[in-house]
Design a protein around this ligand. Structure first.
Ligand code: SF4
Length: 347
């Protein structure tokens, strides 16, 4: 990154400005390579390509679900969006500005509008701090409230997430998993953000508690007009909460469509395999179950051509050598595959 970029944000190109008017957030060509170091001098021996040329957008008030197996790069993508890790290349445009070019003070301001909720509700909370201090911390750090005003705002936030005011001076270990995640949500809402990046917020919770937290998030979205990026490996959760779904595989976005289009007509063989593995309540329901064989590829040495080809039953010769382009095959339905499934859905 050049020095001028650290002092001034990069002005958007006319094309980017047009997109920024349409979408609250969009990313183009987002890539992250982590160096592999080794030897006594810790020299760079190779690279892990965690996220590769990802394009997406999110509209105001919508929920974009990001789904994929463990290690596919979805959490890294969330961190890149928040700029908690620096991208190797690509842009993230949020509320009309390129976040990747923001100097620190501007980034700090931008983060008021984009907050994150982490997967493990307990480790995200400092065990030595009371709930009042945890939820009030962003208000204190950003100098937005002190003393009685801070207490009043914290009580307001606790009420919004369905927690009692008596909890104010308790510590995180005194709460259940669901209550802890509510505390995390309250903290994330303290600065009145426009968008929340939710990184597997329900995966560490019991199923009944998961439903409560999901319903809370949906209720908050309606009442506060929030926009969500919701990361999970659970397709039933994605179906319940998302307006659009992005499917990731080995660092790449392989399919992006509205929830309805993706669940009723997946075009990428990997999406089809994921959906075929979702349990259904009807024991008589007939399904074309696809059991994927083989392992997720090593991100330090991804396969040539399509990254999914070692596990794909639809692969052709071209899949071994040429990477498929991420293209729009139906209106607002994008897929990276040489042979999208179309009507031919049988494995
Ligand atoms: Fe399968 Fe080829 Fe499509 Fe990759 S590009 S998913 S290998 S058919």
């Amino acid at each position: 990154m050049s020095l001028w970029r650290r002092k001034e944000p990069r002005p958007l190109t006319p094309e980017e400005q047009k997109k920024a008017e349409l979408h609250l957030l969009f990313g183009e060509d987002i890539t992250k390579n982590f160096p592999i170091r080794g030897g006594i001098f810790s020299t760079i021996k190779g690279e892990i390509n965690a996220v590769d040329k990802v394009d997406f957008f999110v509209n105001k008030g919508d929920t974009l679900g990001i789904v994929g197996e463990s290690g596919c790069g979805k959490t890294t993508l969330a961190r890149l969006i928040m700029r908690l890790v620096e991208p190797t290349s690509g842009t993230v445009v949020f509320m009309g500005g390129d976040m990747t070019s923001y100097p620190k003070p501007l980034l700090r301001e931008a983060r008021k509008d984009m907050q994150m909720v982490f997967q493990d509700p307990l480790s995200a909370l400092d065990p030595r701090m009371t709930i009042k201090n945890i939820v009030g911390e962003p208000l204190f750090v950003y100098k937005l409230a002190r003393g009685e005003e801070l207490t009043r705002r914290v009580l307001e936030l606790l009420e919004i997430v369905g927690l009692k005011k008596e909890y104010l001076n308790r510590f995180p270990h005194e709460f259940s998993g669901g209550q802890r995640q509510r505390i995390n949500v309250a903290r994330a809402l303290a600065l009145k953000p426009s968008m929340l990046v939710l990184d597997e917020p329900t995966s560490a919770l019991d199923v009944s508690v998961q439903a409560q937290v999901l319903n809370l998030l949906m209720e908050l979205q309606r009442s506060l007009g929030l926009t969500y990026i919701f990361i999970t490996h659970d397709l039933s959760v994605i179906f319940h909460i998302s307006d659009r779904v992005a499917v990731m595989y080995a660092g790449k976005l392989v399919e992006l469509a509205s929830t309805e289009a993706l669940f009723s007509g997946p075009e990428h063989p990997y999406t089809f395999a994921l959906l075929s593995a979702v349990p259904v309540a009807d024991p008589n329901a007939k399904r074309d179950r696809v059991e994927l064989t083989g392992e997720v590829p090593n991100p330090a040495r991804p396969p040539l051509g399509c990254r999914f080809h070692p596990r794909c039953w639809k692969r052709g010769k071209i899949c071994f050598t040429e990477e498929p382009e991420f293209r729009e095959i139906h209106p607002n339905h994008f897929v990276a595959c040489h042979f999208p499934l179309g009507q031919d859905r049988k494995p």
